[in-house]
Design a protein around this ligand. Structure first.
Ligand code: ATP
Ligand code: MG
Length: 339
């Protein structure tokens, strides 16, 4: 069944696997805030069960989960409008994930490029959870019958797998139960690249802090990181075609575009012919102007962890109210006996 026959509902998540980055902000959070509207139910989640697919220090994990929540609230996610919670408080996600483990095929999982990237050369030593991650992600989405998933470009393959799982479940059981969810990957910030290597994406779990802008970085750190960002000797070209084959230059223009809400063509037109000595400080000033109010609010919220926990628990109650009947119906379709 296509997503269009279901009530529109948005779901997306972020892992507490490190501090939030500018990539998370432009590729996900900013777009999640913009999608909040009276016509669309929006559900946003700190996906802590995904974080533990690689080792997380238990003391740090709770703090990291609160930091994600603070970042989302500070950026403009409104808990009166959106449902905001952490994944492990709603057990239905993992219960549906088990059903999906029995629907998804090993061959499908073997094609997932994120597993290959994250497991690296030592795939034999990767956790089984890291391998099964996309099946849990499908459950995160489909336990709410979500129709739209705003994500960065790197998650496209996992949303496509979610569609495959929904289709196979519906076919196997002869039902029209799960929607075939649409990925929403739009705008210039859907693939923010690593500042030291324009062929790799910016990641919160990346090795070096210099390769990313963290949402909690102060103004000096942001200016220093952009100043040291890898570029080439040619500055801003006269038109967009001049960015072809120049991933680092394109990335800085895209970041400016994402932060300013100008199109990349407008950014290039404004700075046509400028050197990096002009463009990089302008970009740093823009990033500070946009991020500082959010990071100040994040720090204020993180000073009151009990209040964050209370908001997440309330969000989890609302999420469970949607998820429980969908899981019960799924169990019934599969033929699992209930007393
Ligand atoms: P990790 O390194 O632990 O995988 P991450 O920075 O990739 O962390 P995730 O929690 O995996 O962050 O992803 C959360 C959301 O942010 C997803 O929608 C993802 O597509 C988006 N995202 C992550 N990195 C980028 C990026 N560099 N550019 C745009 N979007 C991104
Ligand atoms: Mg990631």
């Amino acid at each position: 069944m296509s997503a269009s026959t279901f009530t529109p509902r948005v779901f997306s998540g972020i892992k507490p696997s490190g501090g939030l980055t500018l990539g998370n902000y432009l590729g996900a959070i900013k777009r999640w805030v913009d999608m909040q509207s009276p016509d669309m139910e929006t559900i946003y989640c700190a996906v802590d069960l995904h974080a533990i697919t690689v080792w997380q220090d238990p003391k740090g994990l709770k703090g990291g989960t609160r930091e994600i929540a603070a970042g989302l609230l500070a950026a403009g996610i409104d808990p009166e409008h959106s449902i905001l919670f952490n994944q492990s408080q709603v057990k239905e996600h993992t219960e549906l994930a088990w059903i999906f483990n029995c629907v998804a095929r090993v061959g499908w999982m073997n094609r997932m490029t994120q597993f290959k990237d994250k497991a690296g050369k030592n795939a034999e030593k990767a956790s089984l959870g890291l391998y099964a991650y996309p099946s849990l992600m499908a459950a995160d989405i489909l336990i709410y019958h979500a129709t739209h998933v705003p994500v960065g470009e790197d998650q496209k393959q996992h949303v496509e797998l979610t569609r495959d799982i929904a289709n196979k479940f519906n076919n196997d059981f002869g039902v029209d139960f799960f929607p075939v969810t649409e990925p929403v990957i739009e705008g210039p910030g859907t693939r923010v690249m690593n500042l030291r290597d324009g062929t790799k994406k910016m990641s919160k779990s990346g090795e070096s802090d210099m390769e990313r802008i963290n949402m909690l970085d102060d103004a000096d750190t942001i200016a220093k990181k952009f100043k040291k960002a890898k570029t080439d000797p040619d500055g801003i070209p006269m038109d967009l075609d001049g960015l072809a084959g120049r991933p680092e230059a394109k990335n800085l223009v895209d970041i400016y575009s994402g932060l300013s809400d100008m199109t990349p063509a407008e950014v290039v037109a404004e700075y046509a012919g400028a050197g990096w000595g002009t463009f990089k400080p302008a970009l740093a000033d823009l990033a500070v102007a946009k991020l500082a109010p959010i990071s100040d609010e994040m720090k204020r919220l993180m000073d009151d962890p009990a209040e964050i926990d209370r908001k997440l628990a309330q969000g989890a109650d609302k999420a469970r109210a949607i998820a429980t009947p969908i899981l019960e119906k799924t169990y019934d379709i599969v033929g699992l006996l209930r007393g």
